[in-house]
Design a protein around this ligand. Structure first.
Ligand code: MTE
Length: 449
């Protein structure tokens, strides 16, 4: 293919003063991904004008054999635990330069611009710690289940990891999104890249034991115990209330597995709670205790944090379900289209209320909409990949995606969201994201009301 930067139709990082050198490199990693994807997705007729004609080009990469074709390859087990190619080393989760780290309280964002499909590689899963992460010894880790009153649960128990891992397990694909994802955009702060606007989002296959099974093993009385309190073993005293209906329907589980292996320490090894469709803070990591009770617990992480200040001056509490949302990941902020022509526009959609039914894409800031292709099978409360063909005519454009879930809920515009929620929130922003493309091909973050 020749020097990749000389190929037409690819993305280059835009000169964006907000970005550090490292971030520009990260975007470049996304650029390579974009190239591959568009070549694969395009039909032969579309590819032909984009690819250099080998006979004309006399491409040295075709004419001369590269060293990897003329030397011995590396033996197996050079990397006993596989790692990405050195050429992909800039695709990393990153802390935002706009957010300060306070003690162990930190967040790293997932590089959505460089990912394919719906599964987040475990090493790129976003991280949000209220007090840093711990590498907990599984042999010493315990899960205790008790009741705030003996009448709620007959036999409180303490489980070891070995005991938990002998029980009937489930494996399910679910998204996890921090309630604060896209939070800076409430204040109309145009965060430059999709990694920082939407990167507190990931999706994995989790494996573990339904909480319902454990509570029943301990003799729960569902008539009396209507809430569950989940507690983590880290220094943040992370505790969250979960309504018992979510447990009774079998969806909530205690997970030890993620993408076919044990959880990573940053994501709660050896045990975390999976609460499908609910904001990330309820997915308590390093899970050590479940208590059942008869009312919500109003802990610090649900009375002071993760609440929504409404225009009326009242706070909305226990907003846990993540409403339907979507975002175009390529092309996205900080990237640049070099030439007019064919592009595969790709993105992600998700809903805390079930499956995605439809995703529409607009190329003119919401005036006209076209239905995107949904890559199935579409899973319950999981990320859903969508793609749509686009021929860029070189003129300014505003790209948007709008998701609709199986309940019929339609993702709102910023205008619609602010009408109900005002502008003072931090959490639960599911508005339509807009990426503006100018004649130079630069893509930037703008808000369309
Ligand atoms: N659990 C504990 N024990 N401590 C934490 O700091 N952070 C919560 C939640 N569970 C947290 C926790 C928050 S705010 C989020 S968004 C998710 O974990 C993030 O999960 P991740 O780091 O695996 O992406």
């Amino acid at each position: 293919m020749g020097d990749i930067s000389k190929q037409p139709g690819h993305l280059q990082p835009a000169p964006e003063s907000f970005l550090t050198e490292a971030e520009v490199q990260a975007i470049a990693a996304g650029r390579r991904s974009f190239l591959r994807k568009s070549f694969l997705a395009a039909g032969a007729a579309m590819v032909a004008p984009m690819a250099a004609r080998a006979t004309e080009a006399g491409d040295p990469e075709i004419l001369n054999l590269p060293t990897w074709s003329t030397t011995l390859g590396k033996p197996v087990a050079t990397n006993p635990y596989g790692i990405p190619s050195q050429y992909e080393s800039q695709l990393l989760r990153r802390e935002s330069p706009g957010l300060t780290r306070v003690g162990g309280a930190s967040v790293s964002f997932c590089p959505l611009q460089g990912l394919f499909g719906i599964i987040t590689p475990s090493g790129l899963h976003f991280e949000r710690h209220h007090q840093g992460w711990q590498d907990v010894d599984p042999a010493r880790h315990r899960l205790m289940i008790n009741g705030s009153d003996p009448a709620f649960l007959k036999s409180p128990k303490v489980y070891t990891m070995d005991q938990l891992m002998r029980l009937p397990s489930v494996s399910r694909i679910h998204f996890i999104e921090c309630g604060a994802n896209t939070g800076l955009e409430w204040g109309n702060v145009a965060v430059p890249t999709v990694q920082y606007t939407h990167g507190m989002l990931s999706c994995s296959e989790f494996t573990g034991v339904p909480l319902k099974l454990l509570l029943e093993d301990c003799g729960v009385d569902y008539k009396k115990a209507r809430y569950v309190l989940a507690e983590g073993a880290d220094g943040s005293s992370m505790t969250r209330t979960i309504p018992m209906e979510m447990v009774e329907n079998g969806e909530v589980f205690v997970a030890y597995g993620m993408n076919g292996e044990m959880l990573r320490p940053e994501n709660g090894y050896p045990l975390r709670l999976v609460v499908p469709g609910v904001q990330g803070v309820s997915w308590v990591k390093w899970l050590r205790r479940i208590e059942v009770g008869d009312k919500p617990y109003a802990t610090k992480d649900e009375a002071v944090h993760y609440i929504d200040l409404l225009p009326s001056g009242l706070h909305r509490q226990y907003t846990s379900v993540q409403e339907c949302k979507s975002v175009i990941t390529t092309p996205s902020g900080g990237q640049r289209l070099l030439e007019k022509g064919f592009y595969n526009v790709s993105g992600l959609a998700w809903s805390g209320r079930g499956r995605i039914k439809q995703v529409d894409v607009s190329f003119d800031g919401g005036i006209n909409w076209k239905t995107a292709r949904i890559e199935g099978p579409v899973q319950n409360k999981a990320l859903t990949r969508f793609n749509i063909n686009w021929v860029w005519d070189g003129k300014p454009a505003i790209l948007q995606s709008r998701a609709i879930d199986e309940t019929g809920y339609v993702q709102p515009s910023y205008g619609q969201l602010r009408e109900v929620r005002g502008t003072k929130s931090i959490y639960h922003n599911n508005a339509i994201q807009s990426w503006k493309i100018v004649e130079s091909g630069e893509v930037s973050n703008v808000q369309v009301l």
